[in-house]
Design a protein around this ligand. Structure first.
Ligand SMILES: [Zn+2]
Length: 302
């Protein structure tokens, strides 16, 4: 049973109710991959920050994001550092710095937006979203496409155009940066690279740190190429949101990183610095940046 004040909180109109939100994840994209890639479309909005994932693989990392925990950045920057200000979170009476958007307890962020009247739409590449109902909770519209960023953009645009006049929480999980690091139009599949990162090989590695190891430069270069491809696709999606014309807060990040042979490890799904370290960018389009939160003089004094 919910307390009456929490029910009122759920219905209360908030200043952000005319704001759209767009969360984009580049699956498995390492931070150093992003820094190496040419990313002119996203560079036009902001620089990447070095963030730390909330999970080692797709399922927990996205569950965390859908419950308010974006990757954490150790800089005193709102939205990047949840101790400065969170972008969205479940309400808590003891919180000194209010988030931009808060929701009553009892449901996740996506369901919270839906109950507020938002159109909640998600398009995901990875099979985790097909197999796990918890990752689709709260979405009014959800499709799992496999790895095809252009098709994902088209689907999301069509879904949003079919719900005119409604604020939206939109989510896209792109898969090109996931193994085997390929994108549409890429020439010449590399059989040895695909074999090294096949599920059979990744799932059956020993999972033991090795003293002697070599960095897989070929895999890294392929992920960089895919990151450049996703910069262009993300730019096209942002063009759509700019034409839509509504103030939109955008988060672009990786859900987790990837090992390319470090310590003898490949892929993700285990704790390693290169699995936890990810790029994250947060910015706003069609409106000036959100004002900084009031500083809290009591912080760090308790
Ligand atoms: Zn993932």
């Amino acid at each position: 049973m919910k307390l009456p004040f929490l029910r009122r909180l759920g219905r209360r109109r908030q200043p952000c109710d005319d704001e759209d939100f767009l969360l984009i994840t580049w699956d498995s994209c390492r931070y150093d991959t992003y820094l190496t890639a040419r990313t002119p479309r996203l560079d036009a909005h902001c620089r990447p920050r070095r963030g730390w994932a909330m999970g080692t693989y797709t399922l927990p990392a996205h569950v965390a994001m859908f419950h308010g925990f974006l990757p954490h950045v150790f800089e005193p920057a709102p939205f990047y550092n949840r101790h400065v200000q969170q972008l969205w979170r479940i309400s808590h009476r003891d919180l000194r710095n209010p988030p931009l958007v808060s929701f009553p307890p009892g449901a996740g962020i996506v369901e919270g937006f839906r109950r507020r009247g938002y159109f909640t739409a998600g398009i995901a590449a990875m099979d985790w979203f097909r197999d796990t109902a918890a990752l689709r909770d709260g979405f009014e519209y959800f499709r799992v496409t496999g790895i095809d960023a252009q098709a994902q953009n088209r689907m999301l645009a069509r879904a949003l155009e079919a719900s005119p006049g409604r604020s939206c929480f939109a989510f896209v999980n792109y898969g090109e940066t996931h193994s085997p690091y390929r994108h549409r139009g890429m020439k010449d599949p590399n059989p040895s690279l695909e074999a090294r990162y096949s599920p059979r090989r990744i799932f059956n590695q020993r999972g033991v740190w090795q003293e002697a190891w070599t960095f897989d430069q070929e895999a890294f270069a392929s992920q960089v190429t895919c990151a450049e491809f996703l910069d262009a696709r993300t730019g096209e999606l942002l063009d759509f949101f700019e034409r839509r014309g509504r103030p939109t807060t955008v988060v672009v990040c990786a859900d987790h990183g990837e090992c390319f042979g470090e310590n003898g490890l490949y892929g993700h799904g285990f704790y390693h610095e290169k699995v936890m370290e990810i790029p994250i960018l947060i910015f706003r389009i069609n409106a000036p940046p959100h004002p900084a939160p009031p500083s809290d003089p009591s912080a760090d004094t308790a």
